[in-house]
Design a protein around this ligand. Structure first.
Ligand code: ZN
Length: 279
């Protein structure tokens, strides 16, 4: 009677010991390298998630105009109130202040509903929040002002997520005063590039040498992927494993998907709100 439980306990300890270290190693590895899930919202809005970490990029906006897409009302409410699946977001990134990428009302609502989130963006976007957040709230360390001039880059790390900010100008001369950023987010062992509304030209991208940065997934406005110059710059200066096209308008979604497919057959187009892909 006495011997039996002793053997049983010893055996359990041995099994636990063996499983314990293996399980810890496996969990640690999953957090780093298990891949990233990208959930599309509308325009250039996405959520990146991996191993319990979440990043929103250009995801908090409202209806901007008839030609611009917007998520369903129920999705907008979940985003604003930080409800599943948009709960526990760690990092919020905004490329620039234009209304198809950002609106101060849902942004302020999400920041209030989710104390865990850090906003990492330009001073211009932060200034646009003045009517919604108090001066004290805007001074919080959760609000990180990182205007980055064209051609410059900087790195931040938030909640174990590495974010590289790329100074990229907004496309078109009439938007020259708009502060604009691109981002490389490292999450789930993948590097995801979001270029916002910049022109994908050699002048803008050659300085960053992203072709040597092992970009796994690169997100571009669909007109970049369908333009010859855009494709040339992607192939020479960015070299991502996967190209994703987005920023598809409401009127021409089917045509945009077809055009992207014929221009770059391996590219994926995000056009349906809440569609999800894993890489
Ligand atoms: Zn814009």
């Amino acid at each position: 009677m006495h011997a039996k439980p002793t053997y049983a306990i010893l055996a359990s300890v041995a099994v636990l010991g063996a499983m314990g270290s293996g399980a810890v190693l496996k969990i640690a590895a999953q957090g780093r390298t298990d891949g990233v899930t990208i959930t599309f919202l509308a325009n250039e809005g996405v959520m990146l998630s991996a191993g319990g970490r979440k990043v929103l990029i250009d995801a908090l906006f409202l209806k901007y105009g008839p030609e611009y897409a917007v998520p369903a009302d129920s999705t907008l409410v979940s985003l604003q109130r930080a409800r599943i699946p948009f709960d526990s977001v760690d990092v919020i990134l905004v490329t620039h202040r234009h209304g198809d990428h950002f609106h101060p009302v849902p942004m302020a609502a999400h920041l209030r509903a989710n104390a865990r989130a850090t906003l990492l963006t330009s001073q211009q976007v932060i200034d646009s929040l003045r009517g919604q957040l108090s001066a004290e709230e805007l001074r919080s360390p959760r609000i990180m002002s990182r205007t980055t001039a064209p051609g410059m880059r900087r790195r931040e790390s938030i909640a174990g997520i590495a974010v590289e900010l790329l100074g990229l100008p907004h496309a078109g001369t009439r938007h020259r005063i708009v502060e604009h950023l691109g981002y490389v987010v490292e999450i789930g062992g993948r590097r995801v590039l979001h270029v916002g509304d910049t022109d994908v030209t050699e002048a803008n991208f050659a300085p960053f040498r992203l072709d040597t940065a092992r970009i796994d997934v690169a997100l571009f406005p669909n007109w970049v992927v369908t333009s010859e110059e855009g494709r040339r710059v992607i192939e020479r200066w960015i070299r991502p494993r996967q190209v994703v096209a987005f920023h598809v308008g409401t009127a021409d979604a089917d045509r945009a998907i077809r055009d992207v497919r014929s221009a770059m057959p391996n590219a994926v187009t995000f056009a349906r709100s809440l569609e999800m892909r894993r890489w």
